[in-house]
Design a protein around this ligand. Structure first.
Ligand SMILES: N[C@@H](CCC(=O)OP(=O)(O)O)C(=O)O
Length: 422
């Protein structure tokens, strides 16, 4: 089946790749007994060692702290109370890392535990600190094993699923590949267990087209928190940062090697005009089942990607249509000035991130539509913006008694959501 494509087909060409592998709870622990699935874990460890022996840098993002804690404490059902889950995770995380250390230790391969929270990444200095620490761990030849720091992470600041965390990690390291290992072979257009017409998706160049095509209502397993929908979000995040993303089965980690080799040989390439390829008989082509999401044409690098995905959105500024045109204009890509701001919502301080929304009005001056323009770091607080909105920059000093910056959001700190600038 053919759907129009606007994205690229670029493949990594470096001989030393950075590969982030995310393993979900169901790959690591039995869904009913919560005992570790040693066959999967051993294959995974062997795969990582093989990739490393070929000169690649490998990062594991591993779930299963909660499941491992459930086993240790003889609790059958995953509780719903957050503080109980945090406590169980505290029990499980240590044992999980010990298990990895035992397995990798058989091959004298050191591992490092890296526990992250959303908060760690929302402040620029801390984000950069986390990046340089991960880089250093890789430089030392160690395999970082990343998980969310469940124990100290309240609901409001959780990634919640490790799919998102793995995409953030891949973006931080400018990885070449993100592999999302799960309990199905690939993404299907519908649930293949209930719909015999469901087709496998082998390549996706455009996640928006894919979202209209597939039914991804599955919540995931009883143990984990992710599902297919969180995998699409992760693929969207990672491909936006230039990372090729692959969904494939966690019980067959050796498939990763075949997928990377096939990609390297150009076998996974599809004609550029295909946005989504479904029903491809990969097995007949001697390729393991998987779904490949190619990287975006113009990836957002580092700072802008961090603003868009790393930062908590603290509030909203509403702008008029003139400001929208200036901000989105392909020619000027203007900064956002106070003159174009019509309203401000929530309390925030300078340097926090806000959503930028355009209020479209009809001839009667009634708001008929709100358009999401993007996200940016403000130079002024919500109170200050409330006072200077609609004013010219040269009047800011008179109004506030000082002028910290000419514009409210600098063009370099503004990430546009719209793909088609006017
Ligand atoms: N941090 C949690 C992982 C969250 C989770 O369940 O993720 P997943 O199994 O990937 O859906 C844990 O280690 O149990």
């Amino acid at each position: 089946m053919i759907y129009k494509n606007n994205q690229n087909n670029h493949r990594p060409t470096r001989s030393s790749l950075t590969i982030v592998i995310k393993v979900g709870t169901t790959t690591i622990c039995d869904e009913k007994t919560h005992y570790p699935v040693l066959s999967n874990l051993s294959s995974l460890v062997e795969l990582v060692l093989k990739l490393k022996s070929q000169g690649h840098r490998v990062v594991l993002v591993s779930s299963a702290a909660v499941a491992t804690g459930l086993r240790r404490l003889n609790i059958d059902e995953r509780p719903t109370k957050m503080s109980t889950l945090q406590a169980i995770s505290a029990v499980g995380q240590g044992r999980l890392i010990r298990l990895y250390d035992d397995l990798f230790g058989q091959f004298h391969q050191p591992v490092a535990q890296v526990l992250l929270t959303k908060n760690d990444l929302s402040e620029r200095a801390q984000y950069l600190n986390a990046v340089s620490c991960l880089e250093e761990i890789l430089e030392l030849g160690v395999v970082p094993i990343v998980n969310e720091n469940d124990t100290i992470c309240p609901q409001e600041i959780r990634f919640g699923d490790n799919d998102t965390l793995s995409a953030i990690t891949a973006g931080m390291l400018k990885a070449d590949y993100l592999f999302l290992l799960t309990d199905v072979d690939c993404l299907y257009t519908d649930n293949p267990r209930t719909n015999p017409d469901a087709k496998n998706v082998s390549v996706c160049h455009d996640i928006q087209v894919l979202q209209e095509l597939v039914c991804v209502t599955s919540r995931g397993s009883a143990l984990g928190t992710g599902g297919m929908s969180t995998k699409l979000v992760a693929a969207d995040l990672a491909t936006a940062a230039g990372v090729r993303t692959v969904i494939t089965h966690g019980a067959k980690p050796e498939n990763l090697m075949k997928i990377i080799e096939a990609d390297d040989a150009g076998t996974l390439m599809t004609p550029h005009e295909l946005a989504v390829v479904t029903g491809d008989d990969l097995l007949a082509r001697n390729l393991p089942l998987h779904t490949l999401f190619t990287a975006k044409d113009n990836p957002l690098y580092d700072r802008k990607w961090w603003i868009k995905h790393g930062l908590h959105t603290a509030g909203r500024v509403y702008i008029d249509e003139g400001a929208m045109r200036a901000v989105l204009s392909r020619k000027q890509r203007s900064s956002l000035f106070a003159a174009g701001i019509v309203d401000v919502e929530n309390n925030f301080v300078a340097n926090q991130a806000v959503m930028i929304i355009c209020r479209r009005k009809n001839e009667q001056g009634e708001v008929v539509e709100e358009v999401d323009i993007g996200k940016g770091l403000v130079n002024y607080s919500s109170i200050e913006i409330g006072r200077i909105k609609g004013c010219r920059s040269q009047d800011i000093t008179d109004i506030l008694g000082y002028m910290d910056a000419e514009c409210v959001i600098d063009r370099d700190n503004l990430v546009r959501t719209l793909d088609n600038p006017v």
